[in-house]
Design a protein around this ligand. Structure first.
Ligand code: HEC
Ligand code: HEC
Length: 263
């Protein structure tokens, strides 16, 4: 009898041990993620711990380049947004903020050439050329843009050489860049407007938080879109609108404005 009890106890004990071991194995299997899931989780973690104000690299900028292999002619504001805004719009790395007139008046006190030279060579926490492969002219144009956006009058010997190169190619055209900028093509604008309808309505009539566009002059539309594109906060719902504007070229904006004016 005693022996029977002993044997039974041993069996029960063994059963318990097997049961626990089986559980352990199945838990381990469930917690081990398949490789691709693990990689995705890893990427998400990296995304979250990535430092803010990541420096856009030359590759980021080059994505905007035209496909025909021609050297990209980027406007000063494009360069600024792609490379400099990461720090100068956010204050990352304690960069002086765009729009802070006092700070930039101080900086400009050193003379434009010196300030440009610093941006080319790097200064303090700022990497040379903002960390991108920009030409001297492009850095200069971006500096001038940054200064002008910060309320400084810049007397630049070769202003906007990058942005205005096209305008200079046609000397007969009276130098009225503003008027020229809004002379868009309403038909092309209408085609482009297809992407705006979802929010602003087919007639630009607006709805709820999406403002009415009809009734604005072309100049107003150009001004607003340019500001959204430059990363400026315009109204309370700017985060919804800004991504729509960043991909627009100057020509797109002019065309859209010409079309919206007819609504
Ligand atoms: C990684 C962040 C970062 C990026 C990107 C960056 N800057 Fe800066 N920038 C700074 C910081 C920080 C300073 C202040 C450095 C100091 O004075 O110690 C600065 C200073 C400057 C100055 C003032 C120089 C002076 O002499 O006082 C100019 C002009 C400037 N940046 C222009 C640019 C332009 C144009 C770009 C884009 C091509 C750019 N920055 C990209 C961080 C950045
Ligand atoms: C995802 C929805 C959405 C799309 C798509 C969209 N917008 Fe907007 N848009 C908004 C919102 C929201 C605002 C208001 C933002 C704010 O508070 O500053 C706005 C504001 C504007 C304004 C300023 C109007 C004013 O009176 O202040 C203009 C101009 C504009 N959008 C033009 C366009 C154009 C042109 C397109 C197409 C290329 C477009 N939007 C596509 C959501 C959108």
């Amino acid at each position: 009898m005693t022996r029977f009890v002993v044997v039974l106890s041993v069996l029960v004990l063994l059963a318990a041990v097997f049961f626990l071991a089986a559980r352990l194995v199945s838990v381990a299997q469930r917690t081990a993620l398949p490789d691709d899931l693990a990689a995705a989780a890893q990427a998400r973690v990296e995304e979250r711990i990535r430092p803010i104000g990541r420096v856009a690299t030359a590759d980021d900028v080059e994505e905007d380049a035209p496909e025909n292999g021609e050297p990209a002619r980027r406007s000063a504001s494009d360069i600024y947004r792609a490379v400099c805004a990461a720090c100068h719009d956010t204050g990352a790395a304690e960069a002086p903020l765009k729009g802070d007139e006092g700070i930039w008046a101080d900086r400009l006190g050193q003379g434009l050439d010196t300030v440009v030279q610093h941006a080319i060579e790097g200064i303090g926490a700022m990497p040379a050329r903002g960390g991108a492969s920009l030409s001297d002219e492009e850095v200069r144009a971006a500096v001038v843009y940054l200064l002008e956006e910060s309320g400084q009058t810049v007397d630049n010997g070769a202003p906007e050489a990058v942005a205005e190169a096209d305008a200079e190619a046609e000397p007969d055209v009276p130098a009225e860049p503003e008027a020229e900028a809004v002379a868009g093509d309403p038909t092309a604008g209408q085609a482009k407007f297809a992407t705006c309808i979802a929010c602003h309505g087919a007639q630009g009539q607006g709805m709820g938080i999406f403002p009415k566009l009809a009734g604005h002059t072309a100049e107003e539309i150009v001004d607003l879109l340019t500001r959204y594109r430059a990363g400026e906060t315009v109204g309370p719902n700017t985060p919804l609108m800004a991504p729509q504007a960043v991909t627009l070229s100057d020509e797109d904006i002019a065309n859209l404005a010409a079309y919206i004016e007819t609504l």
